[in-house]
Design a protein around this ligand. Sequence first.
Ligand SMILES: [Cu+2]
Length: 155
Amino acid sequence: MKKPPYTKGLAFILLLSGLSAPAFADSGDVVVENAWSRASIGVNRPGAAYLTVRNTGNEAVTLTGLTTPLAVMPQIHETKTNADGVSSMAPAGEMTIDAGESVALEPGGLHAMLMKLQNPMIEGETFPLTLTFSDGGEVTVEVPILGIAARGPEG
Ligand SMILES: [Cu+2]
């Protein structure tokens, strides 16, 4: 029997079954995996989500933006620490991922900043996050919301 490829449907089934399996989806040559986020206190402060984007194809792909019903203004940000040890963050702009490479959005570096939250982020829930690419392709993942002190996809 042929092993089925990882598809959005499979990701959805894994999520439904409530496993601690990493969230992932694919569209063409892009695989998004290890998506997670932290619970928020209310909606006054932005949320953040983390994930890994892997380009399994033979050509570079460019991530151009994010959309989610959870936030009016989701943006890819990058946290930088200057020589004085002061951290600040700024929009990272478009992000090109070379063939065979991956980019990790993780605490302390790149992250998906979810500005203008529409709802509080509640531990145990999930929300869809869509990544858009320069070729018009999109990949949507369901992002699990972990505890407020979570440090990674395993919690
Ligand atoms: Cu940020």
